[in-house]
Design a protein around this ligand. Structure first.
Ligand SMILES: [Zn+2]
Length: 362
């Protein structure tokens, strides 16, 4: 086993607040009380963060996972993998960001996932009575969570999944003990997913900010939201003004984050990073999470709240009980940065070192 490492005189962000300088020991891939024969790393002037967690990615290659490691992102939550065979093989690899995946997403007949993005036909859910079959297929695949894509009702587009079908998928997933994430980009789909009792809503309404009352219901039900501001901003910018329907604006997702925060909703940092040419926009793996943190702060989160959204909050929501904080016995997923990101969020980019389960990867 490795000889371990001790980071000395380092200020620790424990998933909520920043402490006074301490020594942090790593042994056998975990945070430890001490580490015999350990190498010492001088942490003076630096802040030690739990490895970052991106709550919305699409990953299919080792190279992509390596990019996360270099950027201090040590766990990634995949929200849909068209090539399940390729993505599932990337889980649990030494020295790579720890990957959890939804595999094949649930979508409506002729939905974009199967029509354009290469997902297998078993993702199509034909109605409430098909929900159990969809969930059973995913459990047989060995997925970590379930993803439902709620598209919008638009002219000349296939009809999206209806509320009864969405609810039936959520119910079947919960009976099987798996968490459900829902793609939603309108107030209408946010409401459907909230009433259905999903666990995580991802993206944000593009044509209007979420209303207080909706945010209140999301808070009451204990749902988390990963707004993916990086992707929302790109989507809006991709359509120049004369083409963009007038109501579509990045101001709405940013406003929605403020409203969610006021209502006490758990916000998660997620990027929708992907390198899929069939996706609406590609987003850079790893680096984009630092952009997302910046956008969350610009939208009204404090820097510490943004860091929580990328550490302890996603760990709690996704049941990753061995990470997201720097505590004895936890996985040694660590990001050492210069400066104080609880004051200036941009400091997360000043990377001095990254460890994944105790293995130094940068
Ligand atoms: Zn996505």
């Amino acid at each position: 086993m490795d000889g371990g490492v001790v980071l000395t005189d380092v200020r620790v962000f424990d998933g909520g607040t920043l402490g006074e300088p301490v020594d942090v020991a790593v042994a056998d891939g975990r945070i430890a009380a001490s580490a015999d024969g350990a190498r010492t790393v001088d942490g003076r002037g630096a802040v030690l963060l739990p490895g970052l967690i991106d709550a919305h990615v699409h990953v299919g290659t080792v190279r992509e996972l390596q990019a996360y490691g270099r950027w201090g992102v040590t766990s990634v939550l995949d929200m849909g993998a068209p090539d399940w065979a390729a993505t599932s093989r990337l889980r649990g690899r030494d020295g790579l960001a720890d990957l959890r995946s939804a595999g094949t997403v649930a979508c409506a007949p002729r939905g974009a996932a199967v029509a354009r993005m290469g997902y297998p036909a078993s993702g199509v859910v034909r109605g409430p009575s098909d929900a159990r079959r969809f969930v059973a297929d995913r459990i047989a695949d060995g997925v970590d969570h379930i993803k439902i894509v709620l598209e919008e009702r638009l002219p000349f587009r296939p009809r999206p999944l209806d509320e009864a079908t969405t609810s039936a998928v959520v119910t079947a997933a919960h009976e099987a003990g798996v968490l459900v994430c829902v793609h939603a980009t309108s107030t209408r789909s946010f409401r459907i997913a909230t009433r259905a009792g999903a666990d995580v809503l991802t993206h944000a309404p593009l044509a209007a900010p979420l209303e207080e009352a909706d945010a209140g219901r999301i808070a009451d039900r204990g749902l988390a939201v990963a707004p993916t501001l990086v992707m929302m901003k790109k989507l809006v910018e991709r359509f120049p003004a004369p083409v963009t329907p007038r109501r579509i604006s990045y101001a709405h997702p940013a406003d929605t984050v403020r409203t969610l925060r006021r209502a006490g909703v758990t916000v998660l940092a997620g990027t929708d990073a992907n390198s899929d040419p069939a996706a609406p926009n590609t987003v850079e793996h790893g680096a984009a999470l630092h952009d997302e943190l910046q956008l969350l702060v610009e939208a009204g989160l404090t820097p510490a709240e943004a860091l929580t959204a990328a550490t302890s909050a996603p760990a709690r929501v996704f049941g990753l009980s061995d990470r997201g904080r720097i505590r004895q016995g936890y996985r040694a997923d660590l990001l050492l940065v210069d400066g104080d990101p609880t004051v200036d969020i941009a400091a997360t980019r000043n990377i001095r070192g990254v460890w994944i389960a105790g293995q130094e990867v940068r």
